[in-house]
Design a binder for this molecule. Structure first.
Ligand SMILES: [Zn+2]
Ligand SMILES: [Zn+2]
Ligand SMILES: [Zn+2]
Length: 750
C-alpha cells in the first residue's frame, strides 16, 4: 500500500539547507518523489508507505536545520506515480511571493574547523561557507534564492565545488554561495592610492594592523575600518580621520577568553556573543580593562563582537583585539561598493583589503545587550534583518516610514512585520538615498503592495516627507504612541497598558516637543495621563548640544540671576555669553517648550558640570550614568501636580542638587541620586495611574531606557506589583519606531 502527498512549506526555508535536509529525510524513510524551491516556499512530493510518510512529516518540523524557521506546512494527498527515486528539482519562479529571505549567518563551527585544516582545499579561504552559514540577504538580488539570483552568479563553480553542490551527502549540497580558491572570489590588498601590495594579502594586512595602520576591510555587508585596539595612537588617529570625537568604537576579540580579560561577561552574554548572529554586544568594562583610552572614552560599556566572517577567522590570532567600526565618514551610511568605498575612505584608511564579490545590499553590524537575562536588540541589522517579527493577527499590508534618527522602516504582510536593517539618521542625503533604495528592494523582494503608508506626526522628518510623496492613504502616528505600540506588537498584547515613553524629543499633539510620556494606550489609541513639566529649550537645538544652557536656564528659573554666584561645577566653566542666552530665552526667542526625559539628564549633567557640550546624541546621559556608577545616592525632592494630565515637576530635584553641591557633596552621589529620584517619581506616577485605571501591565520604551541604571531601578521597584514589558526584538530607541507605527496603522484601519 503506497500513498503520495504534496506538501508546501512556508517560512525561512530557502538558503538554510532545507532541500538537502528534505532529501536526507526522504532517503531515511525510504520515500520517492522530489523537492523544489518555489517562490512561495518549498514544495515537496513524497511517495511511500503511510507509516513512513507520517514519520517524515513529524521529522520535517522536529529536525529542521538550525537556521530554518517553518511558518506553515500544508499537505494534500495526490495520485501515486510509482517513482523510485527522490530528486531535487530545479526552482520554479512565480509571481506571488511569500517566501522569506534568510539573514546573513555567521561562519558555522564546521566551516571554522575546515578553514584551519592544513590538508583542506579551503585552508585559509575567506569565502568558505555551507548550507548552515554564509551570506544570504547581502548578496540576494531577487527570489527564489538560487545562485543565479545572487552576486555569486559571476563565479562559475569548478568541478570540485560542482560535485559538492550536487552531492546530497555533502554539507555544501545546494549551498548557493559555494566556492573555493580555484573558482570563487578572492581578496587583494591595495594601498590607498590603488597600488597592489605584493605577498599574501591576509598576512600582510594582519602585519599592517599589528604595526599600527588603519585598514578598510570589505566584509559581508560592507566595509569596516580596522586598527589595533591596544594601540592608542592608531585608535586616536582613526578618530581624527573619521571626525568622530567621543562616540565609542566597537571592537572584535579573537575569542571569548580575550573578551573576558577586559569585560564582565555573563553566561547569557556569552551565548549572545557566540551565537549564530554574532552581534556587537554591549558589555560592562571589567576591572582589568586596559584597551586604548580612545576606544570608548568615559563610557562604562564596551561594544564587543566575535569573528563572524571567514576573513575574520583568518586575520585574527588568539588574543587579538581590534577596533572594528563601520566603514563610513561622520554620519554617512556604511560604504559597500568598491569605488565608493575607495573614494570615501581614502582619507581614513592606509590600506584596503578588498574582494571581488559584489555586495548587493549593505548591512551594518547589529548591536545587542542582555537585559533581564534576555537578548535585547539595540540596532537591528546583520543576522536579524530581514527575518520577520511575528504579529499576533492578520491585517492589511502597510509601509511604516519610521522616524528621523536611527531610522528603520517596516512592511507588514499577513502575520509578519519586516523591519528593515538599521538605515541611520535621515538628515544626510546619502542616507536618504539608501532609505529609498532599500524600500524599493524590500518591495520587490517581499512582493509587498501596501494599502496604507504610516508616518510620524512631525512634518519635517524626511521619512514623513517620503510618505507624503507616495500615492497611498496616509496615517500619521504620534511618536511616543508608536514607541509604546512597538512593545505591544512585540509581545502580542491587545489590551490597554500604562505606557511610559522616555525619549529625546518627539512631536506632540499640542505642537510642543514631548518625550516623558505616561499614557494609557493600546494599539489603536492613547490618552496622555501625565508628563514631566514643560521646560524651555533656550536656543532650541543648540540647547541639546550644549547642556549647560538648559542647566543655566533651570537655575535661573529657580534662583534668578544670583545662581551664578553659587559655588557649583556648572558655574566654574560657564561660557561668558550665558546672560545673552538667558535674555533671549526670557524674550522667548528660539525657545520651544519641551518635556523630553533626555532633557532632564542634560540639566542634571549640566549642573554637575560634566561636559559643557555633547558630541553625540545621549552623551550627557552616558556621562551621568558613568558618574553615578559605584555611588548609591538618595531620594531628592520632586512634586506631582494633579490635573486632567498630571505633571511631574523636577525643579525641586535640581534645586536640591545645586544646594548639595554648595555643601561639597560629591557629584557622583548626586548623579546616583538623580537616577534614583527619576525612577521613584516614575514608579509613583505609574502607581497613581494604576489607582484610577486598575491596569497592572506597563510598557516602557524610548531611547532613554537605554540607560541601564534608570531601567534597573524601575524594574527593581516595580517588582511584583506590575508586569513590565520592554522591547527585546526591536530597539527601544527610534530604530523600533516603525514597528509601532505599523501596528497602530493596522489596528486603525480595521
Ligand atoms: Zn558553514
Ligand atoms: Zn571551486
Ligand atoms: Zn523616539
Amino acid at each position: 500500500m503506497m500513498e503520495r502527498l504534496r506538501l508546501c512549506v512556508t517560512g525561512i526555508v530557502q538558503g538554510v539547507g532545507f532541500r538537502p535536509f528534505v532529501y536526507h529525510l526522504a532517503h531515511k524513510f525510504d520515500l520517492a518523489g522530489w523537492v523544489l524551491n518555489h517562490a512561495n516556499g518549498v514544495q515537496i512530493e513524497v511517495e511511500g508507505k503511510p507509516e513512513m510518510l507520517s514519520r517524515f512529516l513529524n521529522a520535517l518540523r522536529a529536525e529542521a536545520p538550525p537556521q530554518a524557521s517553518i511558518a506553515g506546512v500544508t499537505t494534500e494527498p495526490v495520485a501515486i506515480e510509482g517513482e523510485t527515486r527522490f530528486d531535487i528539482k530545479k526552482s520554479v519562479a512565480m509571481s506571488s511571493r511569500s517566501v522569506l529571505v534568510s539573514p546573513d549567518i555567521a561562519t558555522c563551527s564546521d566551516c571554522q574547523r575546515e578553514i584551519k585544516q592544513a590538508w583542506n582545499r579551503r585552508l585559509f579561504y575567506p569565502f568558505i561557507n555551507c548550507t548552515n552559514c554564509g551570506p544570504r540577504y547581502s548578496i540576494i538580488k531577487e527570489l527564489p534564492y538560487d545562485r543565479s539570483s545572487t552576486t555569486m552568479s559571476e563565479f562559475t563553480m569548478c568541478s570540485h565545488c560542482q560535485s559538492e553542490y550536487r552531492n546530497p551527502a555533502d554539507r555544501r549540497f545546494h549551498a548557493q554561495p559555494n566556492a573555493c580558491p580555484a573558482c570563487g572570489p578572492s581578496y587583494q590588498l591595495i594601498t590607498k592610492s590603488g597600488e597592489l601590495v605584493t605577498g599574501d594579502p591576509v598576512a600582510m594586512a594582519r602585519q599592517f594592523i599589528t604595526n599600527g595602520a588603519i585598514l578598510a576591510i570589505k566584509g559581508i555587508g560592507g566595509y569596516h575600518l580596522v586598527c589595533n585596539a591596544e594601540d592608542n595612537q592608531a585608535v586616536t588617529l582613526l578618530r581624527q580621520r573619521k571626525f568622530r570625537e567621543d562616540k565609542p568604537f566597537a571592537v572584535m576579540c579573537s575569542d571569548l577568553s580575550t573578551v573576558r580579560r577586559h569585560c564582565n561577561v555573563s553566561k547569557e552574554e556569552e551565548r549572545l556573543l557566540a551565537g549564530a548572529v554574532k552581534p556587537i554586544v554591549l558589555l560592562e568594562k571589567g576591572c582589568c580593562y586596559d584597551l586604548a583610552q580612545a576606544i570608548a572614552p568615559g563610557n562604562p560599556y564596551l561594544g564587543v563582537m566575535l569573528p563572524y566572517a571567514p576573513i575574520h577567522w583568518i586575520l585574527m590570532e588568539s588574543e587579538d583585539i581590534w577596533v572594528m567600526t563601520s566603514g563610513n565618514g561622520c554620519d554617512e551610511p556604511i560604504a559597500y561598493q568598491d569605488d565608493d568605498a575607495r573614494n570615501r575612505l581614502a582619507g581614513i584608511a592606509d590600506y584596503f583589503l578588498i574582494h571581488n564579490r559584489p555586495i548587493y545590499t549593505r548591512i551594518d553590524d547589529s548591536v545587542a545587550r542582555v537585559i533581564r537575562n534576555k537578548p535585547t536588540i539595540l540596532r537591528r541589522s546583520r543576522g536579524y534583518a530581514p527575518a520577520p517579527i511575528a504579529l499576533s493577527g492578520e491585517g492589511p499590508q502597510v509601509l511604516a516610514c519610521g522616524g528621523e534618527l536611527k531610522n528603520t522602516f517596516c512592511f507588514t504582510k499577513q502575520k509578519s512585520a519586516f523591519l528593515s536593517p538599521h538605515i541611520g539618521d535621515l538628515e544626510n542625503l546619502a542616507t536618504l538615498e539608501c532609505y529609498a533604495g532599500t524600500i524599493e528592494h524590500y518591495t520587490r523582494l517581499f512582493d509587498t503592495k501596501p494599502e496604507f503608508v504610516v508616518h510620524d506626526m512631525h512634518p519635517d522628518y524626511l521619512s514623513t516627507k517620503y510618505a507624503q510623496m507616495l500615492e497611498l492613504p496616509k496615517i500619521a502616528v504620534q511618536h511616543h504612541h508608536a514607541h509604546i505600540a512597538s512593545v505591544l506588537a512585540e509581545h502580542g498584547v491587545n489590551e490597554s497598558v500604562i505606557g511610559v515613553a522616555f525619549d529625546g524629543t518627539g512631536y506632540g499633539e499640542d505642537g510642543h516637543l514631548w518625550g516623558s510620556e505616561f499614557m494609557v494606550a493600546d494599539c489603536s489609541s492613547f490618552t496622555r495621563a501625565a508628563h514631566s513639566r514643560y521646560l524651555t529649550l533656550p536656543g532650541g537645538a543648540k540647547a541639546i548640544q550644549e547642556p549647560w544652557r538648559q542647566a543655566a536656564w533651570m537655575l535661573h528659573e529657580l534662583f534668578g540671576n544670583d545662581f551664578i554666584r553659587m559655588d557649583i561645577p556648572l558655574n566654574r566653566n560657564i561660557p561668558e555669553n550665558w546672560q545673552l542666552m538667558v535674555e533671549a530665552a526670557n524674550k522667548g526667542i528660539n525657545s520651544p517648550l519641551a518635556c523630553g526625559a533626555g532633557r532632564l539628564f542634560d540639566i542634571a549633567a549640566g549642573i554637575l558640570g560634566l561636559r559643557p557640550s555633547i558630541r553625540y546624541e545621549g552623551q550627557a546621559a552616558v556621562d551621568l550614568e558613568l558618574a553615578a556608577s559605584g555611588a548609591r545616592g538618595w531620594l531628592l525632592p520632586y512634586s506631582i501636580s494633579e490635573g486632567q494630565v498630571a505633571e511631574l515637576d523636577f525643579r525641586p530635584t535640581f534645586a536640591g542638587m545645586a544646594e548639595a553641591l554648595q555643601h561639597k557633596v560629591n557629584p557622583g552621589e548626586l548623579a546616583a541620586s538623580f537616577h534614583l529620584t527619576l525612577a521613584t517619581a516614575t514608579l509613583e506616577m505609574i502607581e497613581r495611574i494604576y489607582q484610577t485605571t486598575g491596569i497592572r501591565k506597563v510598557a516602557l520604551s524610548g531611547g532613554v531606557f537605554q540607560n541601564m541604571t534608570l531601567l534597573s531601578h524601575i524594574l527593581g521597584m516595580a517588582n511584583d506589583r506590575f508586569t513590565v514589558l520592554l522591547n527585546h526584538q526591536v530597539p527601544t530607541n527610534d530604530g523600533g519606531l516603525a514597528l509601532g507605527q505599523a501596528a497602530i496603522a493596522r489596528e486603525r484601519s480595521k
